[in-house]
Design a protein around this ligand. Structure first.
Ligand code: SAM
Length: 353
């Protein structure tokens, strides 16, 4: 421990760009139930990871870009493969790649056209960015009409460059399909979408981080979860519970609460190391159900800042997101090597259960 109670960071943590802000053990809250329970965050550190400046491929609602820095410190040391069954824009994998915390990646999302876009990013980024540049230029005379024509083309041909253009233009990066799979989100006509030169930098940056070491698939998360190995780390970010029923139109798929819990029980039986982001709280209001105690997960909250929705409503309240760590992961984090090399934790243990 350094002067003023700051943690002395290890070489690994400095490489990550982690910054210890405060660390007195007495600052760390314990769970109510936790008599004799040793909190995982025996020293609390607010982490600013180099991952904050990691490239990102496209705007995506629910992206974990802002809070990836609070998730990375829970990675086991020397991780070979990170698996994201609900990858979306893959913010956590990209941050992990940017900070050297995992060697290989498996990105999966049930949204097939999204994964086709990922394939272009990982395998053929230059033609993709060139096609985007053409679309972006062609829209200039009438952005509004052009958006509808690209959306129509996407609904007919499912071309990755069309999806990239739509993602750059839609409201809040919120992908929305009708019940019969028609992409029906509207454009934010105040914005033209990211400039081609800026997009090129981002996409090539992501490509450099992931090419040659990333597997892609478009399966239901259950299949992916069951194919994982005990030495993997699985980061799961299912749709918010409010949007998680199969009939929901905002996502092509969805995940029911019971179904998720069932899969997590199976993963526990398999000895899988996983982290789940699952809803949280805004101000005093809890969103969705907590995951059950029977799963024996460690429940933490991370501060996700002000939600877009709350800001629109003129509401200053902060959103905190739930993060759950699996028993097998906790055992790995408790190993002597993890204790000495990566005790840097950026979240707060849940107080409210
Ligand atoms: C909250 S978003 C993930 C965001 C991601 N963490 C990021 O950083 O961008 C949830 C994702 O789950 C996907 N999804 C929904 N149901 C699914 C299912 N049954 N299996 C796999 N993916 C699913 C959606 O298409 C969506 O991309």
């Amino acid at each position: 421990m350094g002067p003023d109670g700051d943690i002395d960071l290890t070489g690994d943590q400095r490489r990550l760009g982690l910054v210890a802000l405060y660390s007195r053990t007495s600052d760390v809250p314990r769970g109510r139930s936790g008599k004799g329970e040793r909190p995982i965050a025996s020293r609390q550190v607010l982490a600013t990871a180099a991952g904050t400046t990691a490239p990102h491929p496209f705007p995506y609602q629910g992206s974990k870009r802002r809070i990836a820095k609070f998730i990375l410190p829970y990675f086991p040391v020397g991780l070979d493969r990170l698996v994201e069954p609900f990858c979306g824009s893959a913010a956590v994998s990209i941050s992990a790649a940017a900070t050297g915390l995992a060697r290989r990646f498996w990105l999966n999302d049930l949204d097939g056209p999204l994964m086709a876009l990922w394939e272009e990013i990982v395998e053929r980024p230059e033609p993709l960015v060139a096609s985007y540049a053409n679309l972006w230029r062609d829209q200039q005379s009438d952005k509004k009409t052009f958006f509808f024509s690209v959306r129509r083309d996407f609904n007919t041909f499912r071309r990755p460059e069309h999806l990239l253009y739509l993602l750059a233009r839609i409201v809040k990066g919120s992908v929305r399909y009708s019940a019969d799979g028609v992409f029906n989100q509207s454009a934010d006509n105040r914005r033209a979408g990211i400039r081609p030169s800026a997009l090129r930098r981002q996409i090539l940056g992501v490509h450099q981080l992931l090419a040659g070491r990333t597997t892609l698939s478009a399966k239901d998360f259950r299949q992916v979860a069951l194919e994982c190995k005990p030495q993997d780390l699985v980061y799961m970010d299912p749709p918010y519970q409010g949007t998680s029923q199969r009939h929901d139109r905002r996502y092509c798929g969805g995940v029911g609460y019971e179904e998720l819990v069932d899969v997590l029980h199976t993963m526990n039986d398999m000895g899988a190391s996983y982290i789940v982001s699952y809803d949280g709280r805004t101000g005093g209001k809890t969103h969705g159900r907590l995951l059950p105690r029977s799963l024996e997960l460690r429940h933490l909250y991370v501060n996700a800042g002000r939600s877009t929705q709350a800001t629109l409503l003129g509401n200053e309240r902060e959103t905190v997101e739930s993060l759950y760590l699996s028993p097998a992961l906790l055992r790995r984090l408790d190993s002597p090597i993890q204790r000495t090399e990566s005790t840097c934790l950026g979240a707060q243990q849940a107080l409210f259960e």
